[in-house]
Design a protein around this ligand. Structure first.
Ligand SMILES: *Cc1c(COP(=O)(O)O)cnc(C)c1O
Length: 377
């Protein structure tokens, strides 16, 4: 049996007719960038994410960058984030001109730990604390970070909160949607996300009139009106085609998220039955709505051998992420070293993503767990 980590072709079958129809419409209109399709998507996403506004941008990474720019966080500033995330989170901080300050993660959820944030801030010298302007919590794998205490910390130290919700569209924390809790919510439409386009794309949500307007201007070179520039922005525009595809998929998103949750529940039962509880730790799910962009297991030992074995069995897996950001070559100049964030380092060495996409069949799941059991027994 073959079990890929993700099978987008199956999903495409369900939206093919609509997608081809809208592609034809856009090709015939020759209206490719921003415009009515993007505006429609912006209204739909704002409503879906319980946010006042949404602005389409070129990618999830650019959503982060433009949010930092809109909040005027750049040269001389620092921003707290997690060392255990996709590179773009911290890369955007540096591209904005600021410095990332890492705080360790919670071993249960792999999300940034409010306790570590508080510890990092309270042990900063006063001059460093004055530079601190923001926090970027990441809702990793589709589960919201512990936003209650994070928002309290932000309030206490007057920090802008940018939610990196690239993996978490529709997930909830105490019934609040991802992207509606901070000053900004950043989403990605990269094809492998739960709501993926047919190329690159992203969107920023915000409840602020001021930030909404700034993003609108910054995403098109800062021009307002055309050819008059009071600020320097960039080309962060979203294509009509990507927006139209995302609008079509959005109608299916809740069904797909529910299928992912059902698959996650099925894995938990299968792993329990397998008797592997000492060796394989399944995801820890809080009360909140988890949308399982990834299903991550933690392995006591032999993670890399298991991965090679599964590859031989034609089961797709991946490691998110093998090198925590504080240990990346390009961030060496900041001065972090091995041992600084033990939980993130443990996660990098012991976790593995296994297939959880909506169209995965119960048979395929049983096969995955059977092969993992075979490997360890
Ligand atoms: C995918 C992702 C991004 C970047 O999104 P792109 O659209 O690929 O630029 C940022 N942060 C996280 C956590 C992601 O998973």
């Amino acid at each position: 049996m073959k079990v890929p980590l993700l099978d987008l072709k199956k999903q495409y079958e369900t939206i093919k007719d609509e997608a081809l129809q809208v592609t034809k419409e856009i090709f015939e209109s020759q209206y490719f960038i921003l415009g009515p399709k993007v505006e429609t998507l912006e209204k739909e996403i704002a409503a879906y994410c319980s946010s006042t506004y949404a602005r389409g941008v070129s990618s999830g990474t650019d959503a982060l960058l433009i949010s930092l720019m809109a909040a005027d966080i750049g040269q001389g500033a620092s921003v707290i984030t997690t060392p255990y995330t996709f590179f773009g989170t911290a890369g955007s901080i540096v591209r904005a001109g600021a410095v990332p300050v890492f705080a360790d993660i919670d071993p249960d959820t792999y999300n940034i730990s409010p306790k570590s944030i508080e510890k990092v801030i309270s042990t900063m010298p006063k001059t460093e604390r004055e530079k601190l302007k923001g926090i970027i919590p990441v809702h990793l794998y589709g589960q919201c970070a512990d936003m209650g205490p994070i928002l309290e910390i932000a309030e206490k130290y007057k920090l802008i909160v940018i939610e990196d919700a690239a993996q978490a569209i529709g997930s909830e924390y105490n019934e609040r949607r991802a992207g509606s809790m901070g000053d900004f919510g950043c989403f990605s439409f990269y094809p492998s996300k739960n709501l993926g386009a047919f190329g690159d794309g992203g969107i920023v949500t915000t409840g602020s009139d001021d930030f909404n307007e700034k993003i609108r201007i910054l995403r098109d070179h800062g021009q307002d009106p055309k050819y008059f520039h009071q600020v320097i922005g960039g080309n962060f525009r979203l294509d009509a085609l990507q927006a139209a595809i995302v609008s079509i998929k959005l109608k299916h998103l809740d069904t797909w998220s529910q299928a992912r949750q059902e698959n996650a529940n099925r894995y938990s039962i299968l792993f329990k039955e397998s008797g592997l509880e000492d060796r394989v730790q399944v995801p820890y799910e809080k009360e909140n709505r988890h949308i399982y962009n990834q299903y991550i297991i933690r392995l006591e030992d032999k993670r890399d051998n298991l991965r090679a074995f599964l590859l031989d069995c034609k089961i797709g897996t991946d490691i998110y992420y093998p090198v925590p950001l504080h240990l990346q070559e390009c961030f060496k100049y900041i001065g972090y070293k091995t041992g600084d964030f033990p939980v993130a380092e443990m996660a990098a060495n012991h976790t593995l993503a296994i297939p959880v996409y909506p169209e995965l069949s119960p048979d395929q799941q049983a096969y995955v767990v059977e092969k993992i059991t075979e490997f360890y027994c």
